[in-house]
Design a protein around this ligand. Structure first.
Ligand code: IPM
Ligand code: MN
Length: 357
């Protein structure tokens, strides 16, 4: 029996509703396979904590997370707390401290879900975005001088290191090598004239090691259009931190609902814990009503299973999600009337009854 210690950080809003659902699914799939057990520790780190105590997490919060095998995060954000405070007080320090330099985001049109792109059916859209997750445009270097005055000066630096760029490129090439041998790089080297030509150079350099892989480089503006006009043409897409962020919200939209899309913040070397969260935010407009879609969180848990070396369990979870959607058991974001818990109940039933493959 293998045992894994999982840190749970539900965070804010719908995160508090979706994280328990992912736990229910994990426990059920673990009991079915009977070879693994999950132990959880829950942390109340959140905007509510910030309002109560002045900080999103305790001073030793990051140190406490370091010993876990993985972290499950819900969502972070409150209307009354500025986003740059809540995010730089919790989510972003976790990504950086634990060197989760790959943010892996599948874009896949699942059965039973209608894409807003009317010409695409299940199976047509199926690709991965590899987002650089520790540097680039999110490097936290800069400042505001003479703040609030008419002479204010603001500098925000984007930092691209050779080390950081090479490793994320290599990860993306490896992923493409195990997939359909096609990697697309998101660039903007026509307008951003230092970092993006450098990004392109590294793409081409690492690409030399992968002669069998088709290599395309698209400017980010054109690439966003291609996500709409030919989403079936992608296999793996590699992008800098900000470009990958924007592309994956678009990716979530074309897979039918932002409520479905998962995200894995991975430290591939497994030196530190990785973190698994849905792409969506805390959704204060629907929080507390029991109608949040749990699938983004549950699919993220599937990615955790894959990362922990439990891919057969992960695949079964996704199959059960697909069966539930095919049956039409959906939350309102997908046009259904089911509650959060009804969707999870159905997924758990699916775990029990689906044939093993
Ligand atoms: C995401 C989110 C975060 C990001 C925000 C909340 C800082 O949009 O995970 O995509 O930009 O990384
Ligand atoms: Mn985002």
């Amino acid at each position: 029996m293998q045992s894994f210690n999982i840190a749970l950080i539900p965070g804010d809003g719908v995160g508090m509703e979706t994280v328990p659902e992912a736990v229910r699914v994990l426990d059920r799939v673990a009991s079915l396979f009977n070879q693994v057990r999950f132990r959880y520790q829950m942390f109340d780190w959140s905007c509510q904590r910030y309002l109560d105590t002045g900080s999103m997490m305790p001073a030793d919060g990051l140190a406490r997370l370091g010993d876990f095998d993985a972290i499950i995060m819900g969502a972070v954000g409150y209307p009354t707390v500025p986003d740059h405070i809540s995010l730089w007080g919790l989510l972003l320090p976790i990504r950086r401290t634990f060197d989760q330099y790959v943010n892996l985001r599948p874009v896949k049109l699942l059965p039973g879900v209608r894409s807003p792109l009317r010409d695409y059916q299940t199976g047509d859209i199926d690709f991965m975005v590899v987002r650089e997750n520790t540097e680039g445009e999110y490097s936290n270097m800069g400042g505001r001088l003479r703040a609030g005055t008419s002479e204010e000066v603001v500098v925000q630096n984007a930092v691209f290191t050779r080390y950081g760029t090479e490793r994320v490129m290599r990860y993306a090439f490896e992923l493409a090598r195990h997939s359909r041998q096609h990697l697309t790089s998101a660039t903007k080297s026509n307008g951003i004239n230092y970092s993006m030509p450098f990004w392109d150079d590294v793409f081409h350099e690492i690409g030399q090691e992968y002669p069998g892989i088709r290599q395309d480089s698209n400017h980010i503006d054109a690439l966003t259009a291609y996500f709409i006009t030919r989403p079936d043409s992608f296999d793996v897409v590699v992008a800098s931190n900000l470009f990958g962020d924007i592309l994956t919200d678009l990716g979530a939209a074309i897979q039918g609902s932002v409520g479905i899309a998962p995200s894995a913040n991975i430290n591939p070397e497994k030196k530190y814990p990785s973190m698994f969260e849905p792409i969506h935010g805390s959704a204060p407009d629907i929080a507390g009503r029991g109608i949040a879609n749990p699938i983004g969180q549950i699919w993220a848990a599937k990615m955790m299973l894959d990362h922990l070396g439990l891919a057969p369990l992960g695949n079964r979870v996704l199959q059960a999600v697909e069966a539930t959607l095919t049956e039409g058991i959906k939350t309102p974001d997908l046009g259904g009337t089911a509650t959060t818990q009804m969707v999870t109940d159905s997924i758990i039933r699916g775990l029990d009854v689906l044939p093993y493959d």
